[in-house]
Design a protein around this ligand. Structure first.
Ligand code: GLN
Length: 546
């Protein structure tokens, strides 16, 4: 069996330090050294999973192949390592308590008094321990900031776990911040010292420090941190702001992150490491040949994190075509009722993308964006909700179904988009009804689809059988296929049983594709999703037309 080494990543001083990114980059570096890695995230909040959390507060919900709604950091892990995340790679305090309370109700604890230590901490340790033997390195990121009340059971659990497997198999890595104080003209190390002290008071001694800063850290500052925090000086690693997140693996390697991690575990750490994949990605990002602008007509547009994977997938499409992709976020609800604003906002974009979304607000604007793209022959990419809105647009304006609507926001009208109460996944039948719990009614995770021979999507994918990840409650109603095909929509991708439309494309348009799934979730900088590569190419062609 593989000897697994565990790396625990904590964060101090402030949140949003890029712990997830740092973990993902370290994962990529260890892979480049020839090791297998697995990354997981322990989140201290009380929600059972992020599925029902607002993207405004918590950023996007990342969906795995096995249908888990997880923290967006799992998206970073996949984009940097290519290892598909699973349900068992993300856990929250809420889930841990739910498991413990379920066991208590079943009598599994034989009447014992249930306590944070040992019951909650044991449950957390079980979550970590089940990964033993699955990779050379298992990396566990602890969400939140050291010192938060919510993090304490997690810190206690990883402390115990570290003791149980021993220091030869466990490493504590702490990510911290050195703020720059303009009046003093220097970076300050005191918050880092305090944060390490706080971690030590939980019984955890970090052995590697990743120090975030917005400028060079002087030698004597590194020396001071090493001295006060009781850490080997070489293992105090500067982690300066990078222009692109994809520069991070190479940057951290140059600062010695992977070398020092391997040194800690007494593993070979010399010789050349081939990081050419990452170097090439950085080169394409910083030195593109051209540029395109994509208008993203959405709802959570004031917070880039709510469309994290989408933004990254567009960047990957740019990498594939060696162009810079500018994203122009357009709040869909500003279009509700004002047709003229659309012309103003969308004029000049090279492609229009309507991403996934929920609820009625902004839906009319998205429908108008689809109409604008169709009529002006501008490349249109509809993702999930973006497909549904394009279907409503064609039904209303081309198929004479004036009251075409979705059951999501209208009880009346003709429901071209509606709730399917059952469908088939493999041999198991799943059922959804409108009164199920909000968290449990969606079509979630990977589902296969068959693509029509000779369709544009079959050409783009280069095959006719695909598997993509879903997260939605409603479906385009297959019973309207004939009418929609007459209105120019070709149903080029269907579920294997032929009941669920997965892809619709327009044949009277240079690039107009709507998909019911979320292709952005599987795109990687070193393996851009073919639909994004093709969409950016179409946008580039469009930009050269004008
Ligand atoms: N709201 C739509 C549905 O539930 C689309 C969801 C999405 O875009 N992810 O079907």
């Amino acid at each position: 069996m593989t000897t697994t080494r565990f790396i625990f990543i904590t964060g101090g001083v402030v949140s949003s330090l890029g712990k997830g990114l740092g973990s993902a980059a370290l994962g990529a570096l260890l892979q480049a050294r020839g090791y297998s890695v697995r990354l997981c995230k322990l989140d201290p909040y009380l929600n059972v999973d992020p599925g029902t959390m607002s993207p405004f507060q918590h950023g996007e919900v990342f969906v795995t192949d096995d249908g888990a709604e997880t923290d967006l950091d799992l998206g970073h892990y996949e984009r940097f390592t290519g290892v598909p995340a699973t349900q068992s790679d993300n856990v929250t305090t809420g889930r841990i308590y739910l498991n413990v309370l379920n066991k208590e109700r079943k009598g599994d604890y034989l009447g014992a008094t249930i306590q944070v230590i040992p019951h909650i901490t044991n449950e957390i340790k079980d979550f970590i321990r089940e990964k033993d033997g699955t990779a050379d390195f298992v990396m566990c990121e602890i969400g939140g900031t050291v010192g938060d009340i919510e993090s304490l059971p997690f810190l206690e659990a990883i402390r115990q776990f570290g003791n149980e497997v021993g220091s030869a198999r466990s490493l504590f890595l702490h990510v911290t911040l050195l703020p720059y104080i303009p009046a003093a003209g220097e970076l300050k190390t005191k918050p880092t010292q305090h944060s390490v002290k706080e971690l030590m008071s939980a019984g955890i001694r970090p052995k590697v420090l990743l120090c975030r800063a917005d400028r060079d850290i002087e030698e004597d500052e590194l020396h001071k941190i090493a001295l006060f925090c009781n850490i080997d000086e070489k293992k105090v690693i500067p982690a300066l702001d990078a222009k692109s997140i994809y520069d991070v693996p190479v940057r951290y390697h140059k600062e010695g992150l992977d070398t020092e991690v391997l040194d800690y575990f007494e593993l070979p750490n010399e010789g050349d490491v081939d990081l050419s994949t990452w170097e090439n990605i950085s080169k394409r990002i910083h030195d593109p040949e051209d540029e395109v602008t994509i208008g993203v007509v959405g709802k959570y547009t004031n917070l880039a994190d709510s469309y994290k994977s989408l933004n990254e997938a567009l960047t990957h499409g740019g990498i594939a075509n060696n162009v810079k992709v500018h994203i122009k976020f357009i709040e869909a609800s500003i279009f509700d009722g004002h047709a003229n604003d659309i012309v103003q906002e969308l004029d000049g974009v090279d492609g229009i993308l309507v991403p996934g979304g929920f609820g009625e607000r902004g839906s009319e604007g998205k429908i108008k964006a689809a109409q604008f793209a169709r009529e002006r022959k501008i490349p249109y990419f509809g993702i999930c909700f973006g497909l549904q809105m394009a279907i409503l647009e064609a039904a209303r304006n081309l198929a004479n179904i004036d009251d075409a609507n979705s059951t999501e926001f209208s009880e009346g009208g003709t429901h071209l988009v509606g709730l399917m109460t059952e469908w088939v996944k493999g041999n198991a039948r799943q059922e959804r009804t409108s009164d199920d719990d909000l968290g449990g009614t969606m079509r979630l995770g990977a589902f296969p689809a068959k693509l029509a021979e000779g369709s544009k999507v079959a050409e783009i994918y280069g095959c006719t059988e695909i598997s993509e990840r879903h997260r939605h409650r409603y479906e385009v109603n297959i019973n309207y296929k004939d009418q929609l095909e007459e209105a120019g929509f070709f149903f080029s991708g269907l579920s294997p049983d032929g009941k669920l439309p997965e892809i619709c494309e327009r044949r009277d348009h240079p690039w107009f594709i709507g998909v019911q799934y979320h292709p952005e979730l599987k795109s990687k900088p070193f393996d851009p999703h073919p639909l994004f590569t093709s969409f950016i190419k179409a946008a580039l062609d469009q930009s050269r037309l004008v």
